[in-house]
Every structure is written in structure tokens, then in C-alpha cells.
Ligand binder design. Structure first.
Ligand code: 13P
Length: 249
């Protein structure tokens, strides 16, 4: 049985002061035992969030790092830095980074390798545009993203990777994929992983759905056999996140 993982991607929201306030509101309601709950905050907020989360089971993550260890990379931060600051998880390959910051499959693969080497737990995102969805070629595209991201990743590191299926057309649009649409692709991703590794490995990998998850649709989505939780954007900044984390109730 895979343990559910429900992560809130705060994106570029919340100053350190606001981080303290938001965590004070969410902390006790999000502190559950039957799922891993992760607050994925901006890097600048990691230290504050770490102190605010003290005494709870809530895990901490951040949204980006650069794959080099150190050096002349003005403006970047390393895996070791975010780990030392207190983050355990890191998002890699989010569509916003692919599209706005032009991160390509090669860079995403290098980041996945570095995250594992450093001991960070990566949440690897994939997902198609509306154009590919309508053209019907979305599965081929996603298989390509998965193959390239996992190139050279060992069985044991693959098992520690969380995959997030986030169709771009569902992100921030309020247009959630139906639970059947989300399940179809999460199941397909597991089949791709099974082909790269083995059935045993793919059965251990947790696959989330992300894209307009809210308090009203979480239960149905997370109840699907191949959906092991969610990566939540907008709704993770509100008290709604408590309802999402407690979706079974
Ligand atoms: P929304 O939940 O705001 O649609 O964002 C999803 C997302 O991009 C999480 O990474």
C-alpha cells in the first residue's frame, strides 16, 4: 500500500512574515498521520517555515534548485543549501519552470540526479498542454517526459521519486481533469515506469495528480487506484488545504 502524499505548492507567494501566519493557521489541521503532507514553500521561506512547523509531522519542501554543487551561478541555490536549510522535498520540472524559465528535459534529468545524490526527495512534474490533449498525442508526450527524466536513475532512487501528473490546461484554471481522465494518465505513467524498471518498482512509486485540486474534488481524485495524492497550488494557501488533507472525512 502506497502512503498518500499531499503537497501544497505555494509558488511565488508568501513572504517570511506571511509564511509564519499561514503556517499558524494550517498547522494543527494539516498534521495527519495517514498521509505525508508537504508544504512546498519559496526557498527564502524555508528557515521560517522550518521553525514554524516544529513539533508537527508536516514535511517541508521547496520549489527549485540548480544542479551544480557550487560556484559562479549568480542567483542560484544548490541542493545542499536547501537541504541544510531544512527542506526535505523539492519540485522538479514544473510546467511553469519548463515554459517560463525554459528548463528542458536534459536539465530536468540533471536536477533529478542531483536531488537524489544530495538526499532530497524529488517531486517530478509532467503533463501535457491543451493542444496535445486535443490532438490526442498526450500519452506519447508524457512517456517522453518520463523516459528522459528517469534516464540513468537507479531502481532505488526511482522508488524514492514522487511523480506529479499536472495537465497544463488544468493548472490555475479551475478546470480540473475528471477523476477518470486523471486516473487514465496516472495509470499510464505507472505502466511507463514499469517498462523502464519493473512492476515491483513502479508499484512503489507514488504518483500525484495536480491541477485545480480543491476541497470539493480531492476525495474523488485521491480515491482512484493509481492516484496517490495531489500537488495543490492555489487551494494550498487557504484553510481549504485542511479539508484537502482530510479528504476522507
Ligand atoms: P492549481 O492547484 O492552482 O491549479 O496549481 C496546480 C499546480 O501547479 C501545483 O503545482
Amino acid at each position: 500500500m502506497r502512503k498518500k502524499i499531499i503537497a501544497g505548492n505555494w509558488k511565488m507567494n508568501m513572504t517570511p512574515t506571511e509564511t509564519k501566519e499561514l503556517i499558524a493557521k494550517l498547522k494543527s489541521g494539516c498534521d495527519v498521520k495517514d498521509a505525508d503532507v508537504v508544504f512546498v514553500v519559496p526557498s527564502i521561506d524555508v528557515t521560517t517555515a522550518k521553525a514554524s512547523l516544529e513539533g508537527s509531522n508536516i514535511k517541508l519542501g521547496t520549489q527549485n534548485f540548480y544542479f551544480e554543487d557550487k560556484g559562479a551561478f549568480t542567483g542560484e541555490i544548490s541542493a545542499k543549501m536547501i537541504l541544510d536549510a531544512g527542506a526535505e522535498y523539492v519540485i522538479i520540472g514544473h510546467s511553469e519552470r519548463r515554459m517560463i524559465f525554459k528548463e528542458d528535459d536534459k536539465m530536468i534529468n540533471l536536477k533529478l540526479k542531483k536531488a537524489h545524490e544530495a538526499g532530497l526527495k524529488p517531486i517530478l512534474c509532467c503533463g501535457e498542454s491543451l493542444e496535445l490533449r486535443e490532438a490526442g498525442t498526450y500519452k506519447t508526450f508524457i512517456e517522453g517526459q518520463i523516459k528522459s527524466a528517469f534516464d540513468g536513475i537507479s531502481d532505488s532512487d526511482a522508488k524514492k521519486t514522487v511523480v506529479a501528473y499536472e495537465p497544463i490546461w488544468a493548472i490555475g484554471t479551475g478546470k480540473t481533469a475528471t477523476s477518470e481522465e486523471a486516473e487514465e494518465v496516472c495509470k499510464f505513467i505507472r505502466e511507463c515506469l514499469s517498462k523502464i524498471y519493473s512492476n515491483d518498482v513502479s508499484e512503489e512509486i507514488r504518483i500525484q495528480y495536480g491541477g485545480s485540486v480543491n476541497a470539493g474534488n480531492a476525495k474523488e481524485l485521491f480515491g482512484m487506484p493509481d492516484i496517490d495524492g495531489g500537488l495543490v497550488g492555489g487551494a494550498s494557501l487557504k484553510e481549504d488545504f485542511i479539508k484537502i488533507v482530510n479528504y476522507k472525512e
